[in-house]
Ligand binder design. Structure first.
Ligand code: ADP
Ligand code: MG
Length: 626
């Protein structure tokens, strides 16, 4: 028997291919089973187009068997088989795919064929020392064997075989320090791998599986029996017709595949035909998994190529802002051998990802519009992710996402969208007002809120620390700017009132300057205000950093602490205003103490700590014991 060298592609190439394309050795099983399935597809297709080809579709099957003694794993099919020439052409040249040629020649519409790359078969060399391929082409009397011990070549010889199809016998390598190759001789392990990657192959994959069962007539004695089983479930749920699938089936599939005990909030099942055809089954969970907001969380969808799993978490299929979505995509336009690096640039994958993103967005908008109760549940779980995403990457995704956000409205007393806020704005209102604080109740009691209530203006209550960052990233919505009720420049006064307060500040310039001096760098300014109604004092801020943002940044482990530029504002219509003026004239020492106490009050109202609690406590005690 004459041994031939692999054509053109040298030993080096084979080594390179085996060791670099596949990082995961167990996938050789997936490759061989996919080839068997392709071969059956081809024969099936021929039987549909050629009357002379008579096969019974019910007989199609892939058989897997193990011989531990001989260390062999055998996979056989009753597909199209190969002639000696085909063995030579298809297995003698690496990266020459007979399947691709078949596809190009026949342009079959209804057959989905997995292989199109021409390297899958060789992955078997990762685990075997010796490979025999015994094949008889359909309609031929002769059988042939292709045989190889690895990269140094192969030989083809005549042999005998019952029935058409292909039998591949792998002699599994001895175990090494790093690899337990014997796993591939363990029926349960092999079964597990087949289930994992090839569960949705359309033909039955049969195998002898050992099972323990009670001995006849015994109550506690077990015996091991061997049973031939079909181990794949064949028709994937997502390839079934939507109308044939019950909600329970969808939910069970979700529980089993995505490890969530709770039912999903929404199931999205689509099938797209076109430039790139695919089926997708997507789920929006009803709660965030324990690790969702942690660094360990890995986004991604399962990626299948025509029913065969090629990647468990394909991150490229989901934008970060929809990272909470679970599910899978199955496309017949993808190659089995696609690697992560190729994926990132793969045009088909990008196309699918774009479509999926649109689909998810549309479904969320739909839920927001028609099923507010569930949307609020969704937002409760994942709203934070959306808000983070609005703010991340300098706000480049804000246009996609801003209409999916909800904020609590002081007037409506429920969550509303920005669109709803704007629709309910007063005719002469030009800003979207918001207030920040730890809770709705606390914001409700803020001195700065009083005048908005009096004027019946809606204010969005932001209680999550990311909220204000998101709002600032949006900058303006529908040409309306956002305004923090605590920002220094914000005035609801008419012109007359503004002039009055301006004059008041001018007339008391010396008093205010002295108060500022007392507080030093802690505040940017001290002034009288007309924004307060009953409350004596409040803090406002100037510039982009608000008090709430300062709190967030304080909590971060960074070196430089960014500070809000705070202004102490005093209610000019409160008796305290007159008291301060009197003290300026009569008792500057007392004025200093009053100033410190007022500033401390303003900080406490904002939920900020005091730098000098003992001093303040002593001053207050002096005052009340007088
Ligand atoms: P691909 O499947 O990507 O084409 P492979 O390396 O997996 O590449 O297989 C090479 C070729 O060998 C296939 O295209 C097919 O023509 C042929 N082949 C492999 N396995 C079988 C089989 N079980 N029956 C018939 N032909 C096969
Ligand atoms: Mg293949």
């Amino acid at each position: 028997m004459k041994k031939k060298q692999f054509k053109a592609e040298s030993k080096k190439l084979l080594d390179l291919m085996i060791n670099s394309i596949y990082t995961n050795k167990e996938i050789f099983i997936r490759e061989l089973i996919s080839n068997a399935s392709d071969a059956i597809d081809k024969l099936h297709y021929r039987s549909l187009t050629d009357k002379k080809v008579k096969v019974d579709p019910d007989e199609f099957a892939i058989n897997v068997s193990i011989d531990k003694e001989k260390r062999t794993l055998t996979i056989s099919d009753n597909g199209c088989g190969m002639t000696a020439d085909e063995l030579e052409n298809n297995l003698g040249t690496i990266a020459k795919s007979g399947t691709l040629a078949f596809k190009e020649e026949n342009k079959p519409k209804d057959v989905d064929i997995i292989g199109q790359f021409g390297v899958g078969f060789y992955s078997a060399f990762m685990v075997s020392d010796h490979i025999q391929v015994i094949s008889k082409a359909y309609g031929s009397k002769d059988a042939n064997m292709w045989e190889s011990y690895g990269a140094d070549g192969y030989a083809i010889s005549e042999t005998t075989k019952d029935g058409y199809g292909t039998t591949i016998i792998l002699t599994i390598k001895e175990d090494t320090e790093h690899d337990k190759f014997s796993d591939y001789l363990d029926a349960n392990k092999v079964k597990e791998i087949i289930k994992k990657y090839s569960d949705y192959i359309r033909y039955p994959i049969k195998m002898d599986v050992e099972k323990e069962q009670l001995k006849d007539g015994s109550k506690d004695e077990y015996e091991v029996i061997t049973q031939n089983e079909t181990i794949n479930s064949m028709l994937p749920l997502w390839k079934k017709n939507k109308s044939e699938i019950t909600e329970e089936e969808y939910n069970n599939f979700y529980h089993n595949n995505f490890y969530d005990y709770a039912d999903p909030l929404k199931t999205i099942h689509t099938s797209v035909e076109g430039l790139c055809s695919y089926n997708a089954l997507l789920y929006i969970p009803n709660h965030a998994s324990y690790d969702f907001y942690s660094k360990n969380y890995e986004k991604g969808l399962q990626l299948y190529s025509n029913g065969v799993l090629i990647m468990d978490k394909c991150g490229e299929l989901l934008p970060d802002y929809f990272s909470f979505v679970k599910g899978l995509v199955d496309s017949s336009d993808l190659s089995l051998n696609i690697s992560r690096e190729i994926l990132q640039k793969d045009h088909q994958v990008q196309l699918i990802a774009k479509n999926i993103e649109k689909k998810i967005k549309k479904e969320l908008e739909d839920m927001l519009e028609n099923d507010r109760e569930n949307y609020e549940k969704f937002f409760d779980a994942f709203g934070m992710q959306l808000k983070f995403s609005v703010y991340n990457d300098f706000g480049i995704h804000k246009d996609e996402l801003q209409d999916l956000l909800l904020f609590y409205s002081s007037k409506e007393k429920k969550l509303i969208t920005l669109k709803e806020y704007v629709a309910n704005m007063k005719d002469d209102q030009d800003k979207i007002y918001y207030a920040c604080g730890e809770s709705k109740d606390k914001i409700d009691l803020m001195p700065q809120i009083e005048q908005f209530k009096e004027k019946d203006l809606d204010v969005l209550y932001l209680t999550e620390y990311v909220d204000e960052f998101a709002i600032q990233a949006i900058m303006n919505y529908d040409n309306k700017e956002f305004a923090n009720v605590s920002s220094e420049g914000l005035s609801l006064d008419d012109e007359e009132d503004s002039k009055k307060i301006e004059k008041e500040n001018k007339d008391n310039k010396d008093l205010l300057e002295l108060m500022h001096k007392t507080l030093g760098d802690d505040v940017h300014d001290v002034r009288f205000t007309s924004r307060l109604k009953k409350h004596p004092v409040c803090l406002t801020t100037e510039g982009p950093v608000s008090i709430e943002m300062e709190k967030v940044m304080r909590a971060m482990p960074t070196e430089d602490k960014i500070k809000a530029s705070a202004i102490l504002e005093i209610n000019e219509s409160h008796p305290i205003a007159q008291k301060l003026k009197d003290l300026y004239a009569s008792d500057k020492d007392a004025l200093e103490k009053y100033t410190k106490v007022l500033y401390a009050q303003a900080r406490l109202i904002e939920g900020l700590p005091l730098d000098n609690p003992t001093e303040i406590s002593n001053i207050v005690c002096d005052m009340i014991s007088k």
